[in-house]
Design a protein around this ligand. Structure first.
Ligand SMILES: [Zn+2]
Length: 215
């Protein structure tokens, strides 16, 4: 990085000391096709309102497919991720899986992945998880309790509502235990489903260059 690309927006002398030209630092959000402005013979182009970001379209497509539970190619790793299926059965005493027919299991999965994005899905799951009232909390050494709450997990299928264990809840929705835990935790503390903050960070390469403008 040379001095010309410092984040200052103050006008400074141009690269070749052209004092009649004010230089303006432009930060363009783009990746890949950042055009350098070293060709001074080029007429200064007004930047497009929004740079094209094809890699963002790819990400969007992959994200939507992932949310729908379809097979998708990860834009970051290039690996193909298989379509969502019902996970492994639980091994609890209630034998949760035995209370669902194949058709009912498929229905749980399908109606869940019919919800078009992750936020809607999380809200749906949020509505199916209920924190249980803590009956008694014994004081622990150090003052912290090992577990704050237990939860009741409900699965809805065609005209049927069953209370299942956490493993069965995750498997029947084809999601990870981690996702169930996150939502369960939120249900104990919040009044609405947690907002997914992933992917909100702008992954952009900042190209700074100086565009000579005639005053
Ligand atoms: Zn179970």
């Amino acid at each position: 990085m040379d001095a010309a690309s410092s984040p200052s927006s103050e006008p400074r002398p141009g690269p070749s000391g052209l004092s009649i030209h004010a230089t303006v630092a432009l930060t363009i959000e783009c990746a890949g096709n950042g055009r350098s402005s070293n060709g001074s013979s080029e007429t200064p182009q007004r930047p497009r309102k929004r740079p094209r970001r094809p890699e963002a379209w790819k990400r969007t497509v992959a994200k939507a497919k992932r949310a729908r539970g379809e097979e998708y190619v990860s834009p970051s790793t290039g690996k193909t991720v298989a379509a969502r299926t019902t996970g492994p059965p639980c091994s609890c005493r209630q034998k949760c899986f035995e209370r669902f027919s194949q058709r009912e299991m498929a229905d749980v999965l399908d109606s869940f992945y019919d919800l078009e994005d992750k936020e809607l899905q999380d809200a749906h799951l949020f509505g199916l998880i209920r924190p249980n009232a803590v009956k008694r909390r014994r004081p622990r050494a150090g003052g912290n309790t090992s577990r704050l709450a237990t939860y009741t997990y409900t699965v809805r299928s065609v005209g049927k509502t069953e209370t299942v264990c956490q493993r069965a809840f995750a498997s029947l929705h084809g999601i990870s235990i981690g996702r169930v835990r996150r939502i369960a935790k939120a249900s104990a503390t919040a009044i609405c489903a947690p907002k997914d903050k992933r992917g909100q960070h702008k992954r952009v390469k900042k190209f700074k260059f100086f565009l000579p403008l005639k005053l």
